[in-house]
Design a protein around this ligand. Structure first.
Ligand code: F6P
Length: 325
């Protein structure tokens, strides 16, 4: 099938840099002679037929904006065969031949199912602050979120030091520790407590017994959200019961991590990936996510991207320990 018109949508949790990606996809597509349509509110807009014509001007002045001009949603209807049928019918009626989906694991899983059911060429872009997609060193929004966290931890450090307190700072990650680990390195935190090694060691006991108790009066510990352990709140509860000599406090950074103007790194990544998505479609690629590996754009099949087997860098984990003695 010849592709004439490409639809773009953003889906799932928003991430800074999504707008830069929308701009790059739109302008690269127009440059190469395609028509472009913007689909509002993720898959929801496909199901409810909220599809608008996109011109070069539609994406003017957005590269610096956080959030997504296309809005985003998590769409229950699209998880049903009836919803996907409706989505396909609307897409075809709007003249859309191929899709670029910008989102995280849920969004790309949806893309994968849709592409199999309806033989639609789809290319995904990794849009999530969590950096938890396989086959890519980084995702769009991750660097900005890291910077937001580091900025917050720098501020918390002042009060933690003044009061000689132990602070558990909970960050997002969708049970992945990339944000926690790398923001711990960048902010000089005493430890990162991450789900990936949850079953290997008692990370809290290790921290208290081998580091904090001996040499420190105050400490900042980055904690990846983890419903299984209760995250930072769960750790603070444990400190109260098991190590009552410490004055522990909890800060949950929450959705502030998803906002803000994207960093230059995220803008460049989104721009390169957006261009690569259109090139992928022109090459006949389908059902792949664009990734970045050692600085190069790569194609990652959807099942690999969403497998949740991306490993944490053990060297980075050791680095946090070494640098916090
Ligand atoms: O964007 C991914 C993420 O930030 C996860 O880390 C987090 O668990 C989730 O989104 C929360 O998103 P929401 O509140 O929009 O459901």
């Amino acid at each position: 099938m010849t592709i004439k018109c490409i639809g773009i949508l953003t889906s799932g949790g928003d991430a800074p840099g999504m707008n830069a990606a929308i701009r790059a996809v739109t302008r690269t597509a127009i440059y190469n002679g395609f028509e472009v349509k913007g689909i509002m509110r993720g898959y929801k807009g496909l199901v409810t037929n909220e599809i608008v014509d996109f011109r070069s001007k539609s994406v003017s002045n957005i590269i610096q904006q956080g959030g997504t001009i296309l809005k985003t949603a998590r769409c229950k209807e699209f998880q049903t065969p009836e919803g996907r049928r409706q989505a396909y019918d609307n897409m075809r009626a709007a003249g859309i031949d191929a899709l670029v989906v910008i989102g995280g694991d849920g969004s790309l899983t949806g893309a994968s199912i849709f592409a199999q059911e309806y033989d639609v060429p789809i290319v995904g872009l990794p849009g999530t602050i969590d950096n938890d997609l396989g086959g890519t060193d980084s995702t769009i929004g991750y660097d900005t979120a890291l910077n937001t966290i580091v900025d917050a931890v720098d501020k918390l450090r002042d009060t933690a030091t003044s009061h000689e307190r132990l602070f558990f700072v909970e960050v997002m990650g969708h049970t992945a520790g990339f944000l926690a680990l790398n923001s711990a390195i960048a902010s000089g935190a005493e430890a990162a407590i991450i789900p990936e090694i949850e079953t290997e060691v008692d990370q809290l006991a290790e921290l208290i017994n081998h580091g904090f108790r001996k040499s420190k009066n105050s400490a900042i510990v980055l904690v990846a959200e983890n419903p299984a352990t209760g995250g930072a709140m769960g750790l603070a509860r444990r400190v109260k019961e098991e190590f009552p000599e410490f004055d522990a406090r909890v800060t949950i950074l929450g959705h502030i991590q998803r906002g803000g103007s994207p960093t230059a790194i995220d803008r460049i990544l989104a721009s390169r990936m957006g261009e690569a998505a259109i090139e992928a479609l022109m090459e006949g690629q389908r059902n792949v996510m664009i990734g970045i590996k050692n600085g190069q754009m790569v194609y990652v099949p959807f099942p690999k991207a969403v497998r949740h087997d991306k490993t944490i860098d053990r060297v980075s984990l050791d680095l946090v320990k070494i640098l916090s003695i």
